[in-house]
Ligand binder design. Structure first.
Ligand code: SF4
Ligand code: SF4
Length: 126
């Protein structure tokens, strides 16, 4: 078990970041039509044999999107899953294109910020 599992979650700090970026998050959640067009521009998704967990939309919907819907409440285990999605499954190359104008890398970056605010990140980033 890593040290990250022993973190006490600061829900207020998470809620504060979510509130600060509410407009952008809500826009992403509302506008996403699940058309999968962004997937075609993600080389990681392509290189991972079209694993859905590497799809750009999946990454933001299941990290910052889920956290927003749960009003910032999250367990350590869930936060670690989110860390894997936003750090391991994305390199922030900013190549993903969304015809609806959703800034996917920016939303994934927000997910990273929230993880970091709770001391949850990749071991080699310490
Ligand atoms: S291209 Fe845009 S609308 Fe379509 S799935 Fe990706 S994020 Fe959602
Ligand atoms: S920023 Fe992330 S999701 Fe977008 S294309 Fe690059 S690796 Fe894929």
């Amino acid at each position: 078990m890593s040290d990250n599992n022993r973190n006490k979650i600061d829900t207020r700090a998470i809620q504060s970041i979510l509130k600060e970026n509410k407009k952008q998050i809500k826009l992403g959640l509302t506008m996403c039509a699940h058309c999968s067009m962004c997937a075609e521009s993600c080389f990681l998704y392509m290189s991972k044999d079209y694993d859905p967990e590497y799809m750009p939309s999946y990454k933001f919907l299941n990290s910052i999107g889920k956290l927003y819907k749960k009003k910032g409440k999250v367990s350590n285990g869930r936060l670690e899953k989110m860390r894997d999605l936003v750090f391991e499954n994305c390199v922030l190359c900013t190549r993903c294109y969304c015809p609806f104008g959703i800034n996917i890398p920016s939303l994934i970056t927000l997910g990273r910020r929230i993880c970091r605010s709770q001391g949850v990140f990749r071991e080699y980033d310490k």
